[in-house]
Ligand binder design. Structure first.
Ligand SMILES: Cc1cc2nc3c(=O)[nH]c(=O)nc-3n(C[C@H](O)[C@H](O)[C@H](O)COP(=O)(O)O)c2cc1C
Length: 312
């Protein structure tokens, strides 16, 4: 464990600031032989919903220039199986890594139910609430697109769980800082940003969208400048608030330099997502690269760099 990479956030100690992003690392088991998540700051699980979900029909992933589109549709094993089969294995193999369970619901009530059960389970250090999920009762608009829905979900979950709560925001909004403010006022202990950005690829021979559902979520290097800009903007918003909370930077991180961009924009922690599909050990390379950068630049602890790009 490198003391320069140790980070304190959410009332927890992270052995390093590098996490893996929800939905890109499953439940940690499939990758374990090549990339044990115990080396990471934390494992963030695939989103868990109340019911088991098969997700959307294939094709549901396609590569694009500098990224990929996915329309997985929140396929997951469901809350019951997650608690009975996945979480015990995760807890047993976590070592010094934190365990963050990502949860969602298709109504405010489902969010609260899933979060309160998962948040009370042994071995769970924090919850990440996926606000990119559609609200079935409100015309399938994403919870994260509406400040009132953000408040309802976050304050409802906050009232039921004791573990730290991270609100994961979607960038598909007019003013992400306003949504961030709503989440913090409602009780979020940290903000994760960004989730994917809507996109489409057309198969010109079939004259149809390549992805069965038409639209997909864009991720990978293509979204990095969008993510960095969102973190920069939300960090400025946090500085102006009475109770600023840490930011978790996500989107297109493939190297230590990319992680540093997010950290200097204002992120205390970062998540590696799509890069793990290209190189399963991408997160380890980011950790090693950060330690080397700190060594070369005389940085005693990585937290010194948080928000560095804002200082004149
Ligand atoms: C195949 C795939 C599945 C994903 N599933 C989830 C999910 O279940 N829950 C969630 O909050 N985000 C999910 N995401 C979004 C990622 O966690 C992350 O926010 C996004 O991909 C941007 O990071 P990246 O460019 O490093 O991949 C998924 C992304 C991909 C590519």
């Amino acid at each position: 464990m490198d003391p320069r990479l140790k980070v304190r956030a959410l009332g927890l100690e992270f052995q390093n600031p590098v996490l893996v992003a929800s939905g890109t690392f499953g439940y940690g088991d499939e990758y374990y032989d090549v990339m044990p998540f115990s080396e990471l700051g934390a494992l963030v699980t695939k989103t868990i919903t109340r019911e088991v979900r098969k997700g959307n029909p294939p094709p549901r992933i396609v590569e694009t220039d500098s990224g990929m589109l996915n329309s997985i549709g929140l396929a997951n094993v469901g809350l019951e199986k997650f608690l009975a089969e996945k979480l015990p294995w995760i807890a047993e193999h976590a070592g010094a890594a934190r365990v963050i369970v990502n949860v969602a619901g298709f109504s405010v009530e489902e969010f609260i139910e899933v979060a309160s059960v998962a948040g009370g389970a042994a071995g769970v250090d924090a919850l990440e609430v996926n606000l990119g999920c559609p609200n079935v009762k409100a015309g399938y608009v994403h919870f994260g697109a509406d400040p009132d829905s953000v408040r309802q979900v976050v304050s409802g979950v906050r009232a039921q769980v004791d573990v730290p709560l991270i609100a994961k925001l979607t960038p598909n909004v007019t003013d992400i800082a306003a949504l961030a403010g709503a989440a913090v006022e409602a009780g979020a202990d940290a903000l994760s940003l960004i989730n994917t950005i809507p996109g489409m690829k057309i198969d010109v021979e079939r004259r149809k969208p390549t992805i069965a559902m038409g639209f997909g979520g864009l991720s990978g290097p293509a979204v990095r400048p969008v993510g960095v800009a969102c973190v920069y903007k939300v960090y400025q918003q946090m500085v102006s608030m009475d109770h600023p909370v840490p930011i978790v930077g996500i989107g297109g991180i493939c190297s230590a330099e990319h992680a540093l961009e997010y950290i200097m924009a204002g992120a205390s922690l970062v998540q590696v997502g799509t890069a793990s599909f290209v190189h399963p050990q991408a997160a380890r390379q980011v950790i090693e690269g950060l330690a080397e950068w700190c060594e070369q630049h005389g940085v005693k602890n990585i937290s010194e760099l948080v928000g560095a790009a804002h200082k004149v």
